[in-house]
Design a protein. Structure first.
Length: 457
């Protein structure tokens, strides 16, 4: 059949509080024009993030009831460990309460002041954890990523020529690890090809540098490889994922994305000595190595979710439903990142609002207007998030200014997405009257979470 349906039935529903435009104007002003600071109940369609917002399955809820809450060596730990090893293929698993905790532990062990960590594009918490450890996060996105309208299949790739140049420039001894994020969240949710992963691995190992994968959306990336890369059409997402990880020395994972869970994360490695050092830090800040800040019921939910996320019916529904939104907006003339990624639709705020300069934060202005228009909450990924140099404190335009509409897994129906499309189109029609913004207050790190804004006169 041509119509792709949700491969699940809805069993429990949660009411949505409907608000008026005048109410939303008052609420976003009270929140300092920062969508993070809105109360969730005041949001009609919440596309702020796909992290921890998935609807869990009946099997996951059933697994919760089997959670073993023993402090050490719980039965739930062994189920969790077995599921992770079966998919990722690494010898050592270090559980954490979420992905950024895994990043903090990894970089606390590996990164020293003066170190440089390259990636296709670091996400916000990854870069912040590197910088907090005294290192410098360097983005090396593929040149193809610059054109948001092109339909190149793997715009999430790393620029391996620039990677070689960087290693030569700073020396391999100053690069403790090379990261690649799959899919490339800060780069428009675009997938990374197996060929690129293989080449990054070759370069890293030729210089004696560990290679790590930020695996938050590994299943979506594996499915895009199946759909778009020659030689993989007949392989399962699980087989493709195992090959991806076979080229790496380790991985960080937020289980709040492609493990369909509301909390959790982990580190994996084949290095026994490194795992021991990571577990020492884990005990100080997260918990014992067989729970790592998670309840036994969370470990159970993750173990089930890791299996469910690799089901092809689910993955097909996931990428088709996201592409539906992006393609509809593109057909209406709205500038959007193409082709669609798996977890989000990215509006190109610079092309959407060409009269607003990057240092006037077009992505933030667009986020505010989508909320005012229809109660849709998204997040800026651009100059607010990445425009401040952590070393100098100076402001500069980011690579791009995007507005991410991250779609929670198994939460919204097509009619919800049709509503989102209408809201975006309505804002697009009145785009000429939208003003730029300025920052009123901001913290030192990760300013986009708590900064406050005001409209420019």
């Amino acid at each position: 059949m041509k119509t792709i349906i949700e491969p699940f039935r809805i069993k429990t529903v949660e009411p949505i509080k409907m608000t008026s435009e005048s109410e939303r104007r008052r609420l976003i002003e009270r929140a300092g024009y920062n969508t993070f600071k809105l109360a969730a109940e005041d949001v009609i369609i919440d596309l702020l993030t796909d992290s921890g917002t998935s609807a869990m399955s009946a099997a996951q809820w059933g697994a919760l009831m089997q959670g073993d809450e023993s402090y050490a060596g719980a039965r739930s730990w062994y189920r969790f460990e077995s599921a992770v090893k079966g998919i990722f293929g690494f010898d050592y698993v270090v559980p954490t309460h979420q992905g950024r905790a895994a990043e903090r532990i990894l970089f606390s062990v590996l990164v020293k002041p003066g170190h440089v960590v390259p990636s296709n594009t670091h996400f916000d918490t990854t870069a912040a954890n590197i910088e907090f450890a005294g290192g410098k996060a360097v983005d090396l996105p593929s040149p193809l990523a610059k054109d948001s309208s092109s339909r190149d299949p793997f715009k999430g790739d790393m620029d391996t020529e620039r990677l070689e140049e960087l290693i030569k420039e700073v020396g391999p001894e100053r690069i403790p690890v090379i990261m690649v994020t799959v899919t490339n969240n800060s780069g428009g949710g675009q997938p990374v090809s197996m060929a690129n992963i293989r080449e990054i691995s070759r370069i890293a190992h030729a210089h004696g540098i560990p290679f790590y994968i930020d695996a938050c959306r590994f299943a979506e990336n594996a499915y895009f490889i199946k759909l778009r890369e020659p030689g993989y059409a007949d392989k399962t997402p699980r087989q493709i994922a195992r090959e991806m990880f076979s080229y790496a020395d380790g991985a960080t994972m937020s289980a709040k994305k492609d493990a369909l869970a509301n909390i959790g994360g982990f580190l994996v490695t084949n290095d026994a000595e490194l795992a021991a050092r990571e577990r020492s830090l884990l005990i100080i800040t997260e918990g014992f190595p067989t729970y790592g800040g998670l309840a036994g019921r969370d470990l159970e939910a993750i173990a089930v979710g890791l299996e469910e996320v690799l089901q092809e019916d689910y993955l097909n529904y996931r990428v088709v439903s996201t592409a539906y939104v992006a393609d509809k907006l593109d057909q209406a003339g709205v500038p959007v990142m193409l082709p669609a990624g798996g977890h989000a639709v990215y509006l190109d705020a610079r092309r959407f609002l060409p009269h607003i300069e990057p240092l006037q934060y077009p992505g933030q202005a667009l986020a505010v207007e989508l909320y005012v228009e229809g109660g849709v909450r998204g997040v800026e990924i651009g100059t607010v998030m990445f425009g401040k140099d952590p070393q100098t404190g100076k402001e500069k335009p980011a690579h791009w200014d995007l507005l991410r509409l991250a779609i929670p897994r198994r939460v919204y129906t097509q009619s919800h997405m049709d509503y989102v499309i209408e809201v975006v189109q309505a804002v697009f029609e009145r785009r000429a009257g939208i003003r730029g913004m300025r920052i009123v207050s901001e913290p030192q790190f990760l300013r986009h979470f708590t900064a406050e804004f005001a409209w420019l006169d």
